[in-house]
Design a binder for this molecule. Structure first.
Ligand SMILES: NC(=O)c1ccc[n+]([C@@H]2O[C@H](COP(=O)([O-])OP(=O)(O)OC[C@H]3O[C@@H](n4cnc5c(N)ncnc54)[C@H](OP(=O)(O)O)[C@@H]3O)[C@@H](O)[C@H]2O)c1
Length: 308
């Protein structure tokens, strides 16, 4: 039997901490939110669909009646929604201890656009989270030990930054766009880490990946990978509780350091318990990280404040 590694039972009490999880109504985001609530955090469920958010909150409260969980409307495919939420949050004067950049869409069969005209996968998975993190920075920097956890994927390994085709306008490939958005997640997490270090900030920025976990992400696509996941996924791959462990470890474990990339420790990193893993070289490219940052500022209009 495989040796058991770190589990959510090891999470220290989180009372007094405020955590925001984007895409918290299902899959990895839901599991992460529930475990953080179980350990006493004030958890904000960032959701684009209020009814799904209410259902997720009810599920948590049925199991954990004392949980401190609230829903916040947050559509990661809309800069207006992101700005609206962040503006209200900052105006409340609240502090944010942990931001989990988790919401995502995968391999959309046809090219779709966000309301701001971005290709939907790059727009939701990367640009939305770039904007949210930057806008919430003043609230994060109020915390004693702020963390930003960005959920990437094994898919980054096949990712390539197509600088002249970021919006998939020249040509669109469902997986090409997804892989690039997940590569962007790691480049962003590492560039944020570089910047906070340079500023002497206490903020810790980490990227994670959940291996291959059975969730709703396969979506309704008719391509082979999506159909395969829907039919056989649950027999072959780990569940979303296991998939949430890297996120939970990155969000709470005291030994975690900025710039790390955390994923499952099993064969091919497809499943298992959290450990520090290595991304592919294209995710370690500092020049690409800087370039992505500049492009993301230009596209979203969000310029980060001083980071310390
Ligand atoms: N499952 C895996 O094997 C796997 C592997 C590698 C990486 N990941 C990453 O893990 C993260 C979570 O995915 P998951 O596997 O847990 O899939 P999931 O169950 O489909 O969860 C994705 C969440 O993101 C939300 N979302 C999508 N678009 C959004 C938007 N515009 N605004 C706000 N929320 C939005 C979804 O909300 P709705 O319910 O409203 O659609 C859902 O709550 C993603 O970033 C994904 O890329 C997953």
């Amino acid at each position: 039997m495989a040796k058991q590694g770190w589990t959510s039972a090891a999470i220290a009490p989180q009372a007094g901490k405020t955590v925001l999880v984007t895409g918290a109504n299902s899959g990895i985001g839901f599991q992460a939110a529930r475990e953080l609530a179980r350990h006493g955090a004030h958890v904000l469920l960032g959701v684009r669909d209020r009814a799904k958010g209410e259902a997720a909150r009810s599920r948590i409260l049925t199991e954990l009646p004392q949980a401190d969980v609230a829903i916040v409307p947050l559509d990661m495919a809309s800069l207006a929604s992101i700005r609206g939420f962040a503006g209200e949050f900052l105006a409340s004067g609240a502090r944010l201890d942990v931001l989990v950049n988790n919401a995502g869409v995968m391999a959309l069969p046809k090219r779709e656009q966000t309301v701001d005209g971005f290709e939907r996968q790059f727009g939701t998975n990367h640009l939305g989270h770039f904007a949210l993190t930057g806008l919430l920075m003043p609230a994060l920097l109020k915390a004693e030990a702020p963390r930003v956890v960005t959920v990437a994927s094994l898919a980054h390994r096949n990712g390539k930054m197509e600088w002249d085709n970021l919006q998939g306008e020249k040509n669109y490939s469902p997986w090409g766009a997804y892989n690039m958005s997940k590569l962007a997640n790691i480049l962003f997490a590492r560039e944020l880490d570089r910047r906070v270090r340079e500023a002497g900030s206490k903020l810790v920025s980490v990227a994670v990946h959940p291996g291959i976990s059975v969730t709703n992400i396969a979506g309704p696509g008719s391509d082979f990978k999506s159909r395969f996941m829907r039919m056989f996924g649950r027999f072959l791959f780990q569940n979303d509780e296991m998939g949430a462990l890297p996120t939970l470890y990155a969000a709470t474990a005291p030994e975690v350091q900025g710039g790390q990339y955390i994923g499952p420790d099993g064969f091919g990193e497809a499943g298992g318990y959290p450990k520090v893993v290595q991304p592919r070289p294209q995710a370690l490219d500092q020049q690409a990280g800087r370039r992505l940052w500049t492009v993301s500022e230009e596209l979203t209009g969000v310029v980060y404040p001083v980071l310390a």
